[in-house]
Design a protein around this ligand. Structure first.
Ligand SMILES: NC(=O)c1ccc[n+]([C@@H]2O[C@H](COP(=O)([O-])OP(=O)(O)OC[C@H]3O[C@@H](n4cnc5c(N)ncnc54)[C@H](OP(=O)(O)O)[C@@H]3O)[C@@H](O)[C@H]2O)c1
Length: 320
C-alpha cells in the first residue's frame, strides 16, 4: 500500500459565537493548501471532545500534521481551553497548539519587543531595571505585555480605573514569576495618569479601542523621565494624543520617541506568520505569547542591529 501523505489541517477553537476570519485568513495565506476546520462557542468542556476526536483518526504520523489554534475574545476561557487541550493529549498522539486570543499575544509580543529594540537603537539600554508603565494594562494585551516586561526584569506599573483590578493582576503576575516586579495603580483622570507616569522611562498605552488615555500636555508636563511612548490603539481617538499610528521611533517631544499602533501592527502580523510557520513545522508543543516574543525580539533586534551607529560615533541621545 502506498504511504499516506498527510495534508496540514488547522483546527480553530474559537470562544466566540462567530469565529474571527482574521487568523483563519492569515493561516490560509501562509499555507494555501492546508485545510481549515473551525469550531465556535468552544468551552474547555467541549474542547476536550473535539481534540480527542482530532488526535486518533490519522494515527501518530497524521497527528504531527494536525494543528490546533485557540482564539476568541474571552481571554480566560481561551486559556482554560488551552489547559484542557494540554491535559487531553498524550504520546504519541500529541498535536501542536497555538494560542493567540484575539491577537493579544502577538500584539503584546510585538509592542514589548519594539520598545526594547527602540531602547537599544537609541542607546538607552535593555529593559532590565527600566521602569515601564502600562496604561489600562488589565486587558488581554496589557496583561500579556506586563508578563513580558516582568520576564525582562523591568519594574512594571499597571494602571486601571480600579485599584482592586490593577492590584489583583499585579499579585497574580508576581506569583507567576516569583518576584515582586509588577505594581497596580489606580489612574483614571489626567491628573492621576500624570502622577503615575512621572518616574517611568517607557509608557505603553493598552486601553480599549477608541479610548484616549494620555493627553499630550500631560505627557509633556509629567513625562520628564519618559524616553519611549507606545500606543496599540489604532482607532481614534488614539491612546496617546499626538502619536500618529504610523510613527516608528520618531521623536515626538524632546527626548521622547514614539511608536504608533500601526507600526506595532505591522510587527504583530509578521510575528503571527512566523508563529503559524513554527506551529506547522513542529510535531507537538504549545506556541503562545512566549514563543511570539522570542520571534518578535529576533525580528526587531535584527532590524535595529542593521540601523545601529558605528561604535566610533558618540551616542546621539543622552539622558538629561
Ligand atoms: N494593533 C493590533 O494589531 C491590535 C491587536 C489586538 C488589539 N489591539 C488593540 O489593543 C488594545 C487593547 O486590546 P485589549 O483587547 O487588551 O483591550 P480591552 O480589554 O478592550 O481594554 C483594555 C483595558 O482598557 C480599559 N478601558 C476600557 N474602557 C475604558 C474607558 N472608557 N476608559 C478608560 N479605560 C478603559 C479597561 O481597563 P480597566 O477597566 O482596568 O480600567 C480594559 O481592561 C485595543 O485598543 C485594541 O484595539 C491592537
Amino acid at each position: 500500500m502506498a504511504e499516506l501523505k498527510f495534508k496540514k489541517v488547522f483546527i480553530f477553537l474559537d470562544t466566540d459565537k462567530h469565529a474571527s476570519p482574521f487568523d483563519i485568513l492569515s493561516t490560509i495565506d501562509v499555507f494555501p493548501d492546508a485545510a481549515v476546520l473551525k469550531y465556535e462557542d468552544v468551552t474547555a468542556e467541549n474542547a476536550e471532545k473535539i481534540v480527542r476526536d482530532a488526535m486518533f483518526p490519522r494515527g501518530p504520523e497524521g497527528a504531527k500534521h494536525t494543528k490546533i489554534f485557540i482564539n476568541g475574545h474571552d481571554f480566560k476561557r481561551a486559556n482554560d481551553i488551552l489547559e484542557k487541550v494540554k491535559h487531553s493529549m498524550f504520546p504519541p498522539f500529541e498535536l501542536a497548539v497555538m494560542i493567540d486570543p484575539r491577537g493579544a499575544y502577538t500584539t503584546a509580543a510585538a509592542a514589548v519587543a519594539r520598545t526594547l529594540s527602540l531602547s537599544v537603537e537609541k542607546e538607552l539600554g535593555s529593559l532590565e531595571k527600566n521602569s515601564v508603565i502600562i496604561l489600562a494594562g488589565t486587558g488581554p494585551v496589557g496583561q500579556t505585555a506586563a508578563r513580558l516586561y516582568a520576564s525582562e526584569k523591568a519594574d512594571v506599573i499597571v494602571t486601571s480605573r480600579s485599584l482592586e483590578k490593577a492590584s489583583s493582576l499585579a499579585t497574580k503576575i508576581n506569583e507567576e514569576c516569583g518576584e515582586e516586579r509588577v505594581r497596580g495603580v489606580e489612574a483614571q483622570t489626567a491628573e492621576e495618569i500624570g502622577k503615575a507616569i512621572e518616574r517611568t522611562e517607557i509608557i505603553l498605552s493598552t486601553g480599549a479601542a477608541g479610548t484616549n488615555l494620555l493627553p499630550l500636555n500631560v505627557l509633556k508636563e509629567h513625562g520628564r523621565k519618559c524616553r519611549i511612548v507606545a500606543d496599540i490603539n489604532a482607532i481614534p481617538p488614539l491612546g496617546v494624543e499626538g502619536l500618529d499610528s504610523n510613527t516608528d521611533g520618531k521623536e515626538i517631544l524632546p527626548y521622547i520617541f514614539g511608536i504608533g499602533a500601526l507600526a506595532i501592527g505591522k510587527i504583530k502580523n509578521k510575528v503571527e506568520v512566523e508563529l503559524i510557520k513554527r506551529v506547522a513545522e513542529e510535531p507537538r508543543g504549545v506556541f503562545d505569547y512566549k514563543t511570539g516574543y522570542e520571534i518578535a525580539k529576533k525580528l526587531t533586534l535584527e532590524k535595529c542591529e542593521q540601523k545601529k551607529v558605528p561604535e566610533s560615533e558618540p551616542p546621539k541621545y543622552w539622558l538629561p
